[in-house]
Every structure is written in structure tokens, then in C-alpha cells.
Design a protein around this ligand. Structure first.
Ligand code: TMP
Length: 207
């Protein structure tokens, strides 16, 4: 299922507004009479939710390979239990994060060899790619500030600023390699302005 139509992902650094924009896009598409499911990673299933807790609890000191495998364990369950069945019923699936996050966080930021991630991806979710990805890009410090206001402090938010800058650079590098699928949106602006840009892309691509 290469570039599955109806499968959309949102990606970006902490505090970039992915969840809000995913919900807004879902409303727009529902207004056009599409069945829409919004979901997220890590999580999206009962098992995924438990894995999410393991991954994000600040007291868990985790080996990078353990971390990678847990993200893929959550993804394996999520794809088989939620995403794939919904797509088969022609439901549009909007996910807050997918494989690009693993490449950016575990690859570019954590420093795992990208070939390990590619190999794992080929085993767990072969050919399962969103047909459209919105990368909400903004300054890392501003994103973290937004999240602190929301009193979020998980294992990743506690990483230093260099880590988060590597994540951002990673995302931008992935986007430059796949500009047709990944649309980079300036997320430093208001919710309304960002949403307008996203709707414009949808308008152009999804007639
Ligand atoms: P969230 O805050 O967007 O819900 O995501 C939880 C954290 O998990 C966030 O810091 C990014 C991180 N993450 C990875 O490191 N690798 C992944 O593959 C995914 C999906 C998320």
C-alpha cells in the first residue's frame, strides 16, 4: 500500500500544535462528508497506551534500542488494530505522528543508524506510508515554552535543547527528500493561519 490515499500524518517538534491541527483538519473533512478517524503515536490502542507510559515516564532510563523497539511495538499494534481496518473501510485516518518521528527522534536526535530504522520499518509496516504529511515547523525553544505552559514534562521534553534542534533538523531533512508527500508549514503563526495553509494544501491535492 504505497502512499495510502486517505492516510494523513502530522509531524513536528514538541509544542508545534499537531494535535490541534489534526482535530481541525478532521472537522473540515467531516464537513465534506468523509468518515474520519483521528489517532496518535505512541498510543492509539490499549496496548499502545501502556507502551506510551513506559516510553514517556521521566524516571525510565532507557537504552536507545529498547526505545526504538517500543515505538515499533506500539506502531505494529496501532497499524493492525486501528489504521489498516479503518482505511479498508474508506475512512480517512489522521495520525498525530508516525514513522517520520522515529527517523527524526531515534535516528537524527538519538543517533541510531538510519539503516536500523529502515530495516525495522520494512518488517513492521512495509509500504505503509501516509500519502500526505504536514510537518509543522517552528523554533524549538518556542515550542518547548508552549508545552511548559501546558505543564507537559515527559522524558523527551526533559532532553536538552541540542537534542530538540537535531529533531527539527531531522524533520526538515526528511521533508527535503520527499517534498511531494511532506508539506512544511510555518507553525510559529496563529492556529487560524496554520489551519488555513493546511486547508489550502488539501484543497489543491484532494479535489
Ligand atoms: P507527543 O508528545 O507528540 O504525544 O509524542 C510523545 C513523544 O514521543 C514525543 O516527544 C516524540 C516521541 N516520539 C519518538 O521519539 N519517536 C516516535 O516514533 C514517536 C511516534 C514519538
Amino acid at each position: 500500500m504505497p502512499g495510502v490515499k486517505g492516510f494523513i500524518s502530522f509531524e513536528g517538534i514538541e509544542g508545534s500544535g499537531k494535535s490541534t491541527q489534526a482535530k481541525l483538519l478532521a472537522e473540515v473533512l467531516r464537513g465534506r462528508r468523509h468518515q474520519v478517524l483521528t489517532t496518535f503515536e505512541p498510543g492509539g490502542t490499549r496496548i499502545g497506551q501502556k507502551i506510551r507510559t513506559l516510553l514517556l515516564e521521566p524516571q525510565n532510563h532507557m537504552d536507545p534500542i529498547t526505545e526504538l523497539l517500543l515505538y515499533y511495538a506500539s506502531r505494529a499494534q496501532h497499524v493492525r488494530e486501528v489504521i489498516y481496518p479503518a482505511l479498508l473501510k474508506n475512512t480517512v485516518v489522521i495520525t498525530d505522528r508516525f514513522t517520520d518521528s522515529t527517523v527524526a527522534y531515534q535516528g537524527y536526535a538519538r543517533g541510531l543508524d538510519l539503516s536500523i530504522i529502515t530495516a525495522l520499518n520494512d518488517i513492521v509496516v512495509p509500504d505503509m506510508k501516509p500519502f500526505l504529511t504536514f510537518l509543522l515547523d517552528m523554533d524549538v525553544e518556542e515550542g518547548l515554552r508552549r508545552n511548559r505552559h501546558a505543564q507537559k514534562e515527559d522524558r523527551f521534553e526533559l532532553e536538552n535543547i541540542e537534542f530538540h534542534n537535531r529533531v527539527r533538523k531531522g524533520f526538515l531533512s526528511i521533508a527535503s527528500e520527499d517534498p511531494e508527500r511532506i508539506k512544511v508549514i510555518d507553525a510559529s503563526r496563529s492556529t487560524e493561519e496554520v489551519s488555513k495553509d493546511i486547508n489550502k494544501v488539501i484543497e489543491e491535492l484532494w479535489r
